[in-house]
Design a protein around this ligand. Structure first.
Ligand SMILES: Nc1ncnc2c1ncn2[C@@H]1O[C@H](COP(=O)(O)OP(=O)(O)OP(=O)(O)O)[C@@H](O)[C@H]1O
Ligand SMILES: [Mg+2]
Length: 268
């Protein structure tokens, strides 16, 4: 069997919905341990690409390899193995509204069918603690949580099975700046504690700058450029120029600071 050093490898991918071509000859790789951020205009096919990486959708052409194995034509046990090694925070509120916070996080653990309820209880409480949710909120329904709490509980559920690979689709969308910043800190702390690879989609420049190791830009139905913030923002393309305009403004006098963001404390 072919071994791929990348956690995800996408080669020559085409996606169509009827006559609507979303991706054409798209290539992308995700390296172990990195945070790769996918940016692109609305409708450029970012969520669809994540769904294909997760195996929820099949491309018309090309291949998606995950953990060195093909995403398609694989048997059920392999699919299950891949699923247990990945966590996902969906763009649209991902919690089951009929289940409590506790049961939402317990769900993937119960699906394993090998853990007893006492262990599940302890694991749920550990995950809640990781995302800074007090135990007293465990028995609340999602409808009674704030937007920021829903994001954090969704993250706790995504982390339930201690994944190696985490997908975050617009993790800070709809959060006010303070909540976004605390969410970003949470992810940074988590990266230190767990050996995580993260594929993230975001429109939010602060989130992108604070978390990304590499950025991939989706435009014209493909990934037009992949690289560090410096490399990507100097790439000449109208989408890149308009997207990163605000970064330029924000950092025009503080060029060294943005580099320290990733390792040092967040600027106030
Ligand atoms: N199941 C589907 N059936 C038909 N069209 C679809 C389907 N899923 C996505 N699309 C179309 O594919 C395109 C890409 O959608 P996608 O949700 O991946 O975009 P996106 O980049 O995530 O956008 P946003 O930034 O708004 O979240 C859109 O034009 C969308 O309407
Ligand atoms: Mg989307």
């Amino acid at each position: 069997m072919e071994y791929s050093p990348d956690i995800i490898e996408i080669v020559g991918l085409d996606t169509r919905f009827g006559r609507h071509v979303v991706h054409q000859d798209l290539h992308l790789n995700v390296k172990k341990g990195e945070v790769l951020t996918l940016v692109g205009g609305s409708g450029s096919g970012k969520t669809t690409l994540l769904r294909q990486m997760l195996g929820l959708e099949q491309p018309a052409k090309g291949h998606v390899k995950i953990f060195g194995r093909s995403r398609y034509n694989c048997d059920y046990s392999l699919l299950k193995n891949v699923r247990n090694r990945t966590g996902v925070l969906f763009q649209q509120g991902a919690l089951f509204s009929a289940l409590t916070v506790y049961d939402n996080i317990a769900l993937p653990l119960r699906e394993l069918r090998i853990l007893d309820e006492q262990i599940i209880h302890d694991l749920v409480m550990i995950k809640l603690n990781m995302v800074a949710i007090e135990p007293e909120h465990a028995y609340k329904m999602p409808a009674n949580l704030s937007g920021g709490m829903i994001k954090r509980v969704s993250l706790a559920r995504a982390l339930a099975l201690d994944p190696e690979l985490l997908f975050l689709d617009e993790p800070t969308a709809g959060l006010d700046p303070e909540l976004s910043e605390s969410f970003v800190r949470l992810i940074l702390d988590m990266r230190k504690e767990l050996d995580l690879t993260i594929v993230m989609v975001t429109h939010d420049i602060d989130t992108l700058v604070s978390l990304s190791d590499r950025i991939a830009v989706l435009a014209e139905k493909k990934v037009i450029v992949t690289g560090t913030l410096e490399q990507v923002r100097s790439y000449s393309h109208p989408f890149v120029e308009s997207f990163f305009k605000s970064v330029r403004k924000k950092f025009q006098h503080t060029d060294n600071r943005e580099l320290s963001w990733k390792t040092g404390p967040m600027p106030s």
